[in-house]
Design a protein around this ligand. Structure first.
Ligand SMILES: [Zn+2]
Length: 395
């Protein structure tokens, strides 16, 4: 399977990046070449809404740049595999847990960007949330991308081009992603998992085309049950008192579920790193390979610290989908439902509350999501949100 195969519904972006990777290889193999292609460039800005797979696309491109197999981005060679497993020393993968990427962090990246690739073909600096750089940090970056060393590539990911300052935006080549249609995600799921079209469609729908999540739903039968359990906690309060109690339960349960999942993911990542490096299960990694494991552990530690916020954000997205379904029903629009197994609740809300209330609820959830990105105590955020969601029945 090539590195491009999983990038569902992004054919235009893939075409651009494939051409770039092809050109990048030509540059490496014949530096004297005067090939007129402009397909490759040093700075890229990859944008798209959450769930569109910005970082997956960026990582696939990074892998293709390190690829030595055929076709470019073969998915099988050491360059491809180590990049996908995040163990390629020439690819710096910046995932931040903080609300802001500091100027010191950016300086460090700029420093790294100045050295030639050690083993791979390109030095790649991938910043997953480039929009989290404030102006001063952005200006440090700007200088670096203005005059990059010959073999350095910057891959910046952000929700939209407007999230980056104009001077950076104008120096990057822009690749924009879309949310893949649920149908295409379902097809991918059917190919990869041996499931019925109905089951694949339900998973794609509930995951709102977020491929990683859809796969999670299919690989574990408990997932749908857990989702319904969390939705019930979020929607069952009928008074402020109940909302406060449910907020507490919701947070513990969501955190518990997420942390179990994370543990499984961590084990998988380590196993995959072992395979990439050719180290047997239970065997101690030789000292020259140990830094790969240290890096993986550091990355996992970062993920654990933001685990609760990620878990709660997901619950909020599911809640938004629920109210969207209610709204669709209230407006009698001919659009497919996203929530799974909540038909009765959707129906009850649709008939016993007004569209105005539905819209207000959606606004409150959006507000909760925004506040999650700040340092506010998550319990306070969820309490406020659930309290605001207590339905006021129509007279
Ligand atoms: Zn390859």
């Amino acid at each position: 399977m090539t590195v491009w195969d999983e990038l569902v519904g992004q054919s235009r972006a893939v075409e651009t990046l494939q051409a770039a990777a092809q050109h990048a290889r030509a540059i490496v193999e014949d530096p004297e070449s005067t090939e007129a292609s402009r397909a490759m460039t040093h700075s890229w800005l990859i944008t798209g809404p959450p769930g569109s797979g910005r970082s997956t696309v960026a990582r696939a491109f990074a892998a293709a740049l390190q690829c030595t197999g055929d076709p470019v981005g073969c998915g099988e060679c050491p360059g491809c595999k180590s990049t996908l497993a995040r163990s390629n020393g020439d690819v710096a993968d910046v995932v931040t847990t903080k609300v802001i990427i500091s100027i010191e962090e950016v300086r460090d990246l700029v420093y790294q960007s100045q050295s030639a690739p050690s083993r791979g073909r390109w030095r790649v600096i991938l910043i997953e949330d480039a929009d989290r750089m404030m102006e001063r940090a952005s200006n440090v970056l700007l200088k670096a991308i203005e005059e990059p060393p010959e073999r350095t590539v910057w891959l910046l990911c952000a929700p939209s081009p407007d999230d980056m300052i104009t001077t950076i935006r104008s120096r990057c080549r822009h690749v924009s992603l879309r949310i893949p249609p649920a149908g295409e995600v379902a097809e991918l799921l059917q190919r990869q998992f041996d499931v019925s079209p109905e089951k694949a469609a339900a998973a794609a729908q509930l995951a709102q085309s977020h491929i990683g999540r859809a796969k999670g739903l299919l690989s574990d039968d408990n997932k749908i049950r857990e989702y319904q359990e969390l939705m019930t906690l979020a929607l069952s309060a009928r008074s402020t008192g109940e909302a406060v109690l449910n907020a507490d339960k919701l947070i513990s349960r969501a955190t518990e579920i997420e942390s179990a999942q994370q543990e499984k993911d961590f084990e998988k990542a380590e196993a995959s790193l072992r395979r990439t490096l050719g180290i047997e299960e239970g065997e101690t990694p030789p000292s020259h390979m140990r830094h790969h494991f240290t890096r993986l552990k550091e990355e996992q530690k970062r993920q654990s610290t933001r685990m609760q916020r990620d878990a709660l954000d997901r619950v909020m997205l599911d809640l938004l989908a629920f109210y969207r379904d209610v709204l669709v029903r209230q407006l009698d629009a001919q659009v497919g439902q996203i929530s799974v197994g909540l038909d009765n609740a959707v129906q009850t809300y649709a008939t016993s509350t007004s569209t105005q209330q539905t819209l207000e609820s959606m606004k409150q959830i959006e507000l909760g999501r925004e506040r999650l990105q700040t340092n506010t105590n998550p319990l306070l955020i969820v309490e406020a949100m659930l309290t605001a969601l207590v339905p006021r029945r129509l007279g």
